[in-house]
Design a binder for this molecule. Structure first.
Ligand code: DHB
Ligand code: FE
Length: 311
């Protein structure tokens, strides 16, 4: 039996009371947002006739999500993180900001504190028999196309099992394995010597995968490499590139793939001279163009809780 009570005075008063709307105390912005979100939830319960059993299923799910530490993973899997990117892209378009390397989601697996090297960093600390050598290199330029000196490029990616150091459920990796940072010289160039990653999959028994299963969705990402780039006088860029040829490139559970972020993978030899584990290696050129500050500020800097340690 469907009833509609949302618009009643009793429910509207309940919503106002729940967020203390009629008091001057508390945080007005949080009140505004909580009131809207709670109202939308109540309305949905009314309109879809969501049952008490379904409501409690959802609440118990949120508890489990927190216990699993997977809220940020779910945010990406449900497209919320992509949606924030779509909005920032639209803001840029409206402001006439074009030409920079496209952003894409950060994901939940960054770990701050990797040592910053000049020009080149070797990222593989641990041996990985199943991963071949990979060199990632490029030039950081500003909106005028000129190389940026002193830019810091941070890089993190998974190993051949699709696991990230610090978040590896097997505990197999050293702290900053496959994570590093490089400061560019006058030529704006950076280089990472590392090992080829494999795509990430959500923990199979975690709450994110549990919900994806109900939606008949997989929880896998194509192989990818995360890049942060910062430089004085420019906006910080959060992006990733995919490894060309991965079958999941256009089927990423986190919706991070973009046409412009699939650089060519080039086969090379001469790895021995570079200190790589094999002479044959793969090379990816990924150039980064940063955008300028807006009104002297990085108007899109994202603050979120990030794991951190000192190397
Ligand atoms: C997510 C993003 C990643 O880059 C990753 O490796 C795993 C998960 C995510 O957005 O949920
Ligand atoms: Fe990732």
């Amino acid at each position: 039996m469907s009833v509609n009570v949302f618009d009643s005075k009793e429910v509207q008063q309940l919503l106002a009371a729940a967020v203390n709307l009629n008091s001057d105390e508390g945080n007005p912005r949080m009140k505004q947002v909580c009131h809207r979100l709670l109202s939308d939830l109540f309305k949905a319960i009314d309109e879809l006739d969501i049952t008490p059993d379904e409501v409690w299923l959802g609440i118990n799910y949120l508890n489990k999500l927190g216990q699993d530490g997977e809220a940020a993973l779910l945010a990406a899997g449900l497209g919320l993180e992509k949606y924030l990117d779509i909005r920032m892209d639209a803001e840029d378009k409206e402001a006439g900001i074009t030409g920079a390397t496209p952003r894409t989601i950060e994901g939940p697996l960054y770990y701050a504190g990797a040592p910053v090297r000049d020009g080149m960093a070797k990222l593989d600390v641990d041996p990985d028999a199943d991963a071949g050598p990979l060199v990632i290199h490029g030039t950081v330029t500003g909106p005028d196309g000129q190389p940026l000196e002193g830019a810091v490029v941070e890089c993190w990616h998974a190993n051949s099992k699709g696991f990230y150091s610090h978040f590896d459920p097997t505990g197999a990796q050293s702290d900053f394995n496959l994570r590093g940072a490089v400061r560019t010289g006058a030529d704006g160039k950076y280089e990472f010597r590392t090992l080829m990653p494999v795509g990430y999959g959500c923990p199979p028994h975690g709450s994110t995968q549990q919900l994806l299963n109900v939606l008949a969705r997989h929880g896998n990402r194509p192989a990818h490499v995360h890049i942060f780039t910062s430089a004085d006088g420019h906006r910080k860029l959060t992006t990733q590139f995919n490894i060309e040829g991965d079958p999941l490139i256009w089927d990423d559970f986190a919706y991070a793939t973009r046409e412009e972020l699939i650089p060519k993978v080039v086969e090379k030899t001469g790895g021995a001279a570079l200190g790589l584990k094999d002479d044959a290696y793969k090379s990816i050129e990924f150039n980064v163009t940063l955008s300028g500050l807006v009104g002297g500020k990085d108007n899109q800097l994202v603050n979120r809780l990030r794991a951190a340690a000192t190397a």
